[in-house]
Design a protein around this ligand. Structure first.
Ligand SMILES: C[S@@+](CC[C@H](N)C(=O)[O-])C[C@H]1O[C@@H](n2cnc3c(N)ncnc32)[C@H](O)[C@@H]1O
Length: 267
């Protein structure tokens, strides 16, 4: 067991389980909060287009450890439903929400982007940061649109290749680091969200910086970055996982970027 953000007891994984984690759940285990390719910069870009105010009903799908849900609640006091498919993420999301003192605004629940347990047209704003690309992209996009109100906004962050990757970089990233992940170009993403029924699509792109030293510090701040490094250093299983992950990421990073897609469900 280990202590969460407010001293709550968190599940402690065995060394073999840590070795088998995907990079995103590993980031959550070591205490990283921002777990998507564009970091806080892409979240800012997304929120600037979301138009969230106190009365907005927000759904954050694939919320991870609820960093964005907490940020929305802090800024606007809006009601946010934050769902994820992973019990590990949900445990950490609940802990972060409690620690941030926003449990009156943020509800954390299990949810699958391919079949959300939500009626049609319920939410004013639907967000999915770095989720659609892990599953059937067209089905996931359609589900995000289904649960948005007519006139509501759907916003997503995705990976894309900023430049054509070398065969080696593509194999390392999609074959080893994130098996099953699927993404292509900006035009592909626009086409997928258009086909799902969205209009007024805007996009913004930028470099992948989540795992660069600059991006890490910008996302987590100095104190949390130090705490994360400390959590890595004290467990050999964490050190081994980092030693496996970082050189592979470094091969792919020059080719990777993020795209924010912001769009409206027609009235
Ligand atoms: C790259 S992380 C992004 C987490 C969070 N959105 C963020 O930006 O920090 C991807 C998240 O999607 C979740 N996920 C993967 N497949 C999912 C699915 N079918 N339904 C809901 N969430 C899913 C993972 O558990 C993980 O938390």
């Amino acid at each position: 067991m280990s202590k969460g953000a407010k001293g709550t007891v968190m599940t402690r994984l065995a060394a073999d389980d840590i070795a088998a984690l995907d990079p995103y759940r590993f980031m959550a285990v070591i205490g990283k909060r921002v777990i998507h390719p564009g970091g806080r910069a892409s979240t800012e870009s997304l929120l600037a287009r979301a138009g969230i105010t106190h009365g907005t009903r927000v759904l954050d799908v694939g919320c991870g450890v609820a960093a964005t849900a907490v940020e929305i609640a802090r800024r606007s006091g809006a009601q946010v439903t934050a769902v994820d498919i992973s019990p590990l993420m949900l445990e950490r999301a609940e802990d972060n929400v409690r620690a941030a003192g926003v449990a009156d605004c943020v509800t954390v629940a299990h949810g699958d982007i391919l079949g959300l347990d939500v009626g049609d047209g319920v939410f004013d704003v639907v967000i999915a940061e770095a989720v659609t690309m892990f599953v059937d992209r067209r089905r996931a996009a359609a589900e995000l649109v289904r649960v948005a109100k007519p006139g509501g906004r759907v916003l997503a962050t995705e990976f894309f290749w900023r430049s054509r990757p070398s065969e080696e970089a593509r194999e390392i990233f999609l074959g080893q680091v994130c098996p099953g992940l699927e993404f292509d170009t900006v035009e592909d993403w626009v086409q997928i969200y258009e086909a799902a029924g969205l209009g007024a699509i805007e996009t913004e792109t930028g470099p992948f910086e989540m795992m660069t030293p600059r991006g890490f510090l910008a996302d987590e701040g100095v104190a949390r970055s130090m705490a994360i490094m400390g959590r890595v250093a004290i467990r050999p299983a964490h050190v081994r996982k980092m030693a496996w992950l970082m050189p592979r990421m470094a091969r792919a990073v020059p080719y990777l970027g993020y795209i924010v897609v912001a769009a409206m469900k027609p009235l």
